[in-house]
Design a protein around this ligand. Structure first.
Ligand SMILES: *Cc1c(COP(=O)(O)O)cnc(C)c1O
Length: 316
């Protein structure tokens, strides 16, 4: 397996200068509504507002000095771009970010604020991977993929490592699933610490590429999904992440946009916690009874909290 518990522990040291150890929160009203004891790992409070800084830091600081000198490129709907911009600033190198025109304004702005150079594209008509690769070829910069790389999944796994240390007796772990970097990394470390833990991935119903791929037993590609969970709009499982998730994840759970909004509202009203739609996906699955029976002490990864004002007013 390309992502190991040992590598995740080493990554935890590598990312420490910038990535925070985020808090774990609980809520009686959530537990009552969901019928479980939930432990929320709050990556919405992470540097850059999402867990992505973990993978980005691990990647940038795993490069050789020579590679770093040529800079880095990333394509992303937002949080990965912002994380790469922050990691690059930390390393003192140039970052170019390929971002969709319709990315949330807050994500575009904070990426620019972190010192990244932004190139925009139309997500329904242009291929971001092609644009990213062209820039990499031109400048010699290293392309940092958003999820499908062992250094990325390894870095994301540090969130799971912290949670397992903060709450040692979890029987279940629920993680949202876009390309699968976060889920793969967290599954590897969680299973290594407690082989009996049950791990679930959560996708939006519209973006059910992993769910379909599971039925088929091989990666399936879907059209760009229409969902408010902009971090979970990937169209096919990763080559690195899919086999790990096939082996370690018990099931893929699906949530609707309405369930995401209802969960965001409950988290905000009861827990004073602002999750972005993708960040609320794991909690939405737990709240809406998608877990099988027997899950009691449930780790819930809140992956991010980058919400712009338009989304906030929609919630209200
Ligand atoms: C990137 C992202 C995801 C999806 O992560 P993957 O590693 O691609 O599965 C989920 N939530 C948020 C907030 C993200 O930024």
């Amino acid at each position: 397996m390309p992502v190991t518990a040992e590598a995740i522990r080493a990554a935890a040291e590598r990312i420490r200068p910038v990535a925070k150890v985020t808090p774990v929160m609980t809520s009686r009203s959530f537990d009552r509504a969901a019928g479980v004891s939930a432990y929320f790992k709050c990556e919405n409070f992470q540097t850059g507002g999402a867990f992505k800084i973990r993978g980005a830091m691990n990647f940038v600081f795993s490069l050789t000095a020579e590679q770093r000198a040529k800079g880095v490129v990333a394509f992303s709907s937002g949080n990965h771009a912002q994380a790469v911009a922050i990691a690059a600033r930390e390393a003192g190198i140039q970052a170019t970010l390929v971002m969709p025109l319709d990315a949330p304004q807050a994500k575009l702005e904070s990426t620019r604020d972190a010192g990244g150079r932004i190139v925009t594209y139309d997500r329904y008509r242009e291929n971001r991977e092609v644009i990213g690769k062209a820039i990499a070829d031109e400048t010699g910069a290293t392309l940092i993929p958003p999820f499908d790389h062992e250094w990325i999944a390894t870095g994301q796994g540090t969130a799971g490592l912290e949670l397992m240390e903060q709450v040692p007796d979890l029987d279940t772990l629920v993680v949202c699933l876009g390309g699968g970097g976060l889920t793969a990394g967290c599954a590897v470390i969680a299973k290594s610490i407690n082989p009996k833990i049950r791990v679930f991935g959560v996708e939006p119903e519209a973006g059910n590429d992993y769910w379909l791929s599971r039925q088929k037993g091989e990666p399936v590609e879907i059209p760009v999904p229409q969902t408010i969970a902009d971090g979970l709009m990937t169209t096919k499982p990763g080559r690195v992440t899919f086999p790990i998730i096939q082996e370690l994840v018990e099931d893929i759970l699906l949530v609707t946009d309405a369930e995401l909004l209802a969960t965001m509202k409950l988290m905000l009203a009861r827990m004073k916690m602002l999750a972005e739609p993708s960040g609320a996906a794991a909690a939405a699955a737990v709240l809406h009874g998608k877990l099988p029976p027997g899950c009691q002490r449930v780790g819930v990864l809140v992956s991010g909290g980058n919400v712009d004002l338009a989304m906030l007013s929609r919630l209200a």
